[in-house]
Ligand binder design. Structure first.
Ligand SMILES: [Zn+2]
Length: 470
């Protein structure tokens, strides 16, 4: 009798919670719809004086892995496109640095929204009230010139599906109403869907994207050239939260908000990603990297050491040195980036100079299909000038592990369906494809910029937007 009563009580509580959830989702969806239509289509500039006969759509899809688009392509989706290629992200494989390299330009303050500023001695970059419901990506550090912004703020990570069809419908309408000749769009919803709901849901969403593109193409009445790309991938598997701080604290370091004492460190907690940046005095880095290398789930960490960058992981310790456009990889103990065989091959092929350096395009060619694509250049950039406030140590995780706020220890919290941020190919290999030219199988972030620069040049010359397309 008692049991039944408890059961009923539990069921009614669940029912009320469910109802609240659906009402909240409905209100949020309606709010997003209004905001999207308020944003309105932006005029492309030349429309008023010149009738256009061709529209180029630059379409950035957040967090979509190459493999999934390839699978859909083989199943007949994304009709009219040339086969997709991989777009290898930055390290870390996160939106801000990757997106700024691929399209936007400028330099983000940090790798994610929260970063530590040494000069001000504080963590900066987050205002919850502004960010939770923000449909604009207003960053003083880098500002994309976007005609469409399909991301309803961080609320999307609570119920991403609610916004999906609304965003795609608005996209379709705004593209049809647009009068310019180059429409730049960012669809952020694919990222929360991948993080929270995983592979099957992301695949369903991408089918809708494919259908939306086809409908738009039919409704537009003029030719449409599409460049579609993503900023990074997603491992689309369950990931366990790693507690970095506890192990460092056990070894005499102190997790703080402001650096005061010698062994203090700041560790910003952002989303649930397979990457972390630690800010501390440079002299702490070697000892901290040693401790980090023993933590389950940590693949390796990197830090500046005199004139080189050290990589210290569970597979050993190595140094990366750079001279202009050439990189040298020197294993000290083991081979943390698993480059031994590749290096031997390049040396035997006569690609290594007598100081041990190899040109970056040769490294690129030899490692683009590696477990860690293009690792030396990406680590070097990530540790030096990718963002305005680089971390002292950058931590890359193994598949199945991630870092973020402690709330991700709770079994009921979502974000378990997939993540990204690490140097691994499964986290880094986004997609790059067009419907007017074949792209390479592997591409660097600069490929998007180069393609668009070429289009701009063509426009200036008064020739076709993409003259190489016939
Ligand atoms: Zn992203």
């Amino acid at each position: 009798m008692k049991k039944t009563r408890y059961l009923w009580r539990a069921l009614s509580v669940l029912g009320v919670l469910g109802l609240c959830f659906f009402m909240a989702a409905g209100v949020a969806g309606h709010w997003f719809e209004k905001r999207l239509s308020q944003n309105g289509p932006v005029d492309g500039g030349i429309a008023a004086t010149q009738p256009r006969n061709r529209l180029c759509l630059i379409f950035a899809l957040d967090g979509v892995p190459y493999d999934l688009i390839k699978e859909l392509y083989m199943e007949g989706y994304f009709k009219g496109f040339f086969p997709p290629g991989r777009l290898v992200s930055t390290f870390p494989s996160l939106t801000r640095p990757a997106f700024s390299k691929m399209l936007v330009g400028g330099k983000p303050f940090g790798y994610e929204r929260l970063y530590y500023n040494f000069a001000d001695n504080k963590v900066e970059g987050f205002q919850l009230s502004q960010k939770l419901f923000s449909t604009h990506k207003k960053h003083a550090d880098y500002q994309p010139e976007l005609h469409f912004f399909g991301f309803p703020g961080y609320i999307a990570y609570i119920f991403p599906d609610t916004f999906a069809q609304t965003a795609l419908d608005a996209f379709h309408e705004q593209l049809l109403a647009f009068k310019g000749d180059q429409f730049i769009a960012y669809m952020g919803l694919s990222d929360p869907i991948a993080h929270v709901e995983g592979r099957a849901a992301l695949k369903e969403f991408l089918k809708k994207v494919s259908a939306m593109l086809e409908t738009t193409r039919n409704d537009l009445g003029i030719l449409m050239d599409v460049v579609l790309f993503s900023d990074h991938a997603n491992n689309l598997m369950e990931n366990r939260r790693v507690d970095l701080s506890a192990e460092l604290e056990r070894n005499g370091f102190h997790d703080v908000d402001q650096l005061e004492q010698l062994r203090d460190f700041v560790l910003p907690r952002n989303g649930f990603v397979s990457f972390a940046s630690i800010y501390t005095r440079p002299e702490n880095a070697p000892a901290m990297a040693e401790i980090l290398s023993s933590i389950e789930g940590v693949d390796f960490s990197t830090y500046k050491y005199q004139k080189v960058i050290r990589v210290h992981g569970h597979n050993g310790l190595a140094e990366i040195a750079r001279q202009e456009n050439r990189y040298r990889y020197t294993p000290i103990k083991g081979d943390p980036l698993k480059l031994g065989n590749i290096m031997m091959y390049l040396k035997q092929a006569g690609k290594m100079d007598n100081q041990g350096y190899i040109h970056d395009y040769m490294w690129w060619d030899a490692t683009k299909d590696h477990l860690y694509p293009d690792p030396l250049r990406r680590i070097w950039e990530g540790q030096s000038d990718l963002v305005q406030h680089p971390g002292t140590l950058l931590v890359s995780f193994q598949d199945g592990y991630a870092f973020g706020p402690a709330i991700f220890n709770q079994p009921l919290v979502g974000n378990r369906a997939g993540t990204h941020g690490a140097l691994l190919a499964t986290h880094s290999n986004g997609v790059f494809m067009t419907d007017f030219m074949k792209v390479d199988d592997f591409n660097q972030p600069s490929a998007v910029v180069e393609l668009l620069a070429e289009a701009q040049e063509a426009k200036k010359r008064g020739t076709k937007l993409f003259p190489f397309m016939q």
